[in-house]
Unconditional design. Sequence first.
Length: 241
Amino acid sequence: MKVFILVAYVVMMVAIIFITAKKSLSIKGFLLGGYDVGPWMSALSYGTGYFSAVIIVGYSGSVGWNAGIAAVWCGIGNALIGSLIAWKLIAKPTRIMGEYLKVGTIPSFFEKRFNSRFLRILSAIIIFIFLIPYSASVYKGLGSIFKLSYGVDYTLAIIIIAIISSIYLFAGGYKATAITDFIQGIIMIVGILSVVFYIIKGAGGLTEGLNSLADPAIGGNGFNSLLGPKNSRTFLLTNVL
């Protein structure tokens, strides 16, 4: 069943490439999807990119394990600062100004907005540098999932994922990525809600589950507190910041 789902997903990605390829022949079509993506697709595309394996696998496994229920602050911070404020204060003005300046990338935006080639080069370098650890963490999460789910070698899984992702990105452009992310976003939402439901059900209810986090057998008091265990507060604060 798992193999069938994986194959079906790959077939879907190939179909999306064929559908969007003709719309990605121009720079505008490749980078911006021809301004024909829409709010829901844009929102879920952003969400799946931002709340990716880094959050779902990394934060839930690392921060959740070390801080207990207090790890919820990381989720709140990412939702408010990383999503709500970013879209309210930055996204709309940037979109309007980007259309006015006729630019399709952030480096190009800085160059035209401030008439500075230096800012274009600097912003491109900054984006490139910070995308390296982000991409590495995403591929690490995906490699781990494939190893656990399908028994595929960790390194081989990363290579296969990188090749497939590169093909549909370069062939289909932003539109292909946005459509794929939209579908992934729906799957992620359903999956996360299912996990939460079954965890609470397995724990005997929300209250019983929170009380069980204080069991000395799993590390003592604090895991059921919004402040977290004393020995993990520095760790938690660092992650929240």
